[in-house]
Design a protein around this ligand. Sequence first.
Ligand SMILES: NC(=O)c1ccc[n+]([C@@H]2O[C@H](COP(=O)([O-])OP(=O)(O)OC[C@H]3O[C@@H](n4cnc5c(N)ncnc54)[C@H](O)[C@@H]3O)[C@@H](O)[C@H]2O)c1
Length: 392
Amino acid sequence: MSRRLGIGLLGVGWMGSLHTRSLRRLPDHYPDLATGCDFVVAADPSPGGRRRAVEELGYERAEQDWRAVVEDPRVDLVSVTAPNAFHREMSLAVIHAGKALWVEKPVGRGVAETAEVAGAAARAATISAVGFNYRNVPLVEHAVALIARGTIGRLTGFRGWFLGDYASNPWGPLNWRFSRAGAGSGALGDLMCHVVDLAATLVGPLQEVVASTDVVVPRRPLPTAGDEHFSTLDSPVEPPGDDVPTGPVENEDSARALVRFTGGASGFLEVGRAVVGPHCSLGFEVYGSAGSLRWDFERMNEMGLYRADTPGDAGYRRVLARPGHGEYGRFQPGPAIAMGFDDLKVVEAARLVRAVVSAEKCTPGLPEALAAARALDAMERSALSRAWEPVG
Ligand SMILES: NC(=O)c1ccc[n+]([C@@H]2O[C@H](COP(=O)([O-])OP(=O)(O)OC[C@H]3O[C@@H](n4cnc5c(N)ncnc54)[C@H](O)[C@@H]3O)[C@@H](O)[C@H]2O)c1
């Protein structure tokens, strides 16, 4: 029997558009879900966002005030894709309205806000999904399966990184991402949350960390129009004149952390948003007593697998994504026909909608977001104390 879900959207930017397009693609990739979506109402304070919602994304109407979306009785599931500063208040309203919640990372500007949302959702038995989309990479899921099968033996070490250049241009505007009030932390909340989530998924819970953080570009021009996310050094951002007003960057551009896992492995995690060279290099190496794995999102559909039990031919084997790895078979019929970033959100949408329809838990949800927030909090504490800090 088919069922229809009413969708509401809070924030019609990059992620808001992608959440919507992912839900719209479900019948193509997950016909067995037998669930259709009605795109009921979106909210955005900007007229351009509201126009996009109706004309390009197909919402029946768009509102200036996000509360109208949460209160609409036809809405069953709400995507929270506004800037970080709004996630707590919007998520709590969705939870209290008894609707399903799809919220982008970071869920809160720090551990207190995240814990408040996670606690409210647990009490209300809210079905929630959080935007840890890199878990849905077929080869990441394959890596998890290989580790569980003992292919690389007992885990001893982990190296994880997310190095990007979206803020590498020092003339890029001082948008909400660079303010404590707008974003909370900087590269930690934006990029390290993905790294610690992958670390926990592949290796297990983090126990303690010692970390340092840096600001690479201390001042930026105040924004004039728009709110560009990507201002890379090779993008056409005009250098402003000498008299352009600037403001301080209030959160870190980069962070590095040593980490110990509860299972005994240790690791090194590194993130940067103003790095010149890597564009979107999110990756990991996992070392075990019998082999190792390495993967980078810039080459999402291939992974290196080293096994010590191939005498005479030691070296990394190039494993290409294929049906049987995670959800790959939902998208491509044969090996090495590359999937892309947007497909990962379709997988996320499918897992959430399946959970809503069956009233079951969706993973990763708010408990996993809280675990990540605790690790980031320990890193912030350590950067101040200059000492090892426990996670949680
Ligand atoms: N999971 C991922 O890989 C990923 C990638 C990018 C961004 N994100 C997260 O998604 C969120 C949004 O990022 P983005 O890149 O889409 O930003 P964006 O700037 O492209 O879009 C944000 C939108 O929210 C709107 N907005 C601002 N205030 C609002 C309010 N009060 N009510 C409703 N809408 C409001 C803005 O007008 C804008 O249209 C952030 O929390 C970010 O961390 C996640």
